[in-house]
Write a protein that binds this ligand. Structure first.
Ligand code: SF4
Length: 213
């Protein structure tokens, strides 16, 4: 996996993800980023910040309809506003929660309504600075292209076993995967793919055979 990391780094350069001013802002971002583009999340976070709602205590007691209006641009705004309020209450009641050991913290996050594996691991890695590799749809897709199949936990375990236990590396690697997914997989630039050996040969042969028929 380290070879994959180096290829992505050579192609895209450092990403220094996750862009946030505080760990709680990361938590808010992980909820808002579900099923939307990051640009929409940024807009919502700026609005929440301008209204003084980027602390667990403030967001937990804020009026739900006010939060809905502020996160409307991220889609599923009613659901997300409710989840933000719930997780804010949890963080407000448990101010030291991010100090919890890695696996226990992950389980605690997963026990909250609306928090799945990817969101829980994003909180553990980017908000708590603890080593959990985040798997997203792009990671699954790239792995599949490289002949690696598996469910979330199997892929996570594969990455974690083959990489040094290094939080900055985990953060950067996931950020690179997301960026590569957006720039290459999402735009169907498979003919330029640096991850899948022989893809160029295969595409060229396909093109050649199309031209001959
Ligand atoms: S660019 Fe295409 S071939 Fe490469 S990993 Fe993405 S989907 Fe697969």
């Amino acid at each position: 996996m380290i070879r994959v990391y180096n290829k992505l780094l050579d192609t895209l350069g450092h990403k220094d993800w996750w862009p946030a001013r505080t760990p709680f802002e990361v938590v808010v971002g992980t909820i808002l980023t579900q099923q939307t583009k990051w640009e929409n999340v940024e807009k919502a976070i700026v609005t929440l910040r301008e209204n003084g709602l980027l602390t667990p205590g403030d967001l937990a007691v804020a009026d739900i309809s006010k939060i809905e209006g502020m996160v409307r641009c991220t889609g599923f705004f009613r659901q997300k506003a409710k989840r933000l309020k719930d997780i804010s209450q949890f963080f407000s009641d448990n101010p030291e929660i991010l100090e919890t050991p890695t696996d226990e913290l992950r389980e605690l996050m997963l026990s909250l309504k609306g928090i799945g594996h990817e969101t829980a691991d994003s909180i553990v890695l980017y908000a708590a600075d603890k080593p959990k590799f985040v798997i997203d749809a792009y990671t699954k897709r790239m792995c599949k292209c490289m002949g690696i199949d598996g469910d979330y936990i199997e892929l996570q375990s594969l990455f974690e076993k083959s990489l040094p236990l290094d939080v900055p590396l985990y953060k950067e690697f996931h950020a690179l995967i997301v960026e590569y997914g957006k720039q290459f997989c999402g735009k169907k630039r498979c003919d330029e793919c640096v991850l899948v050996e022989n893809i160029n040969g295969r595409l060229n042969r396909r093109k050649q055979s199309n031209e001959e028929t």
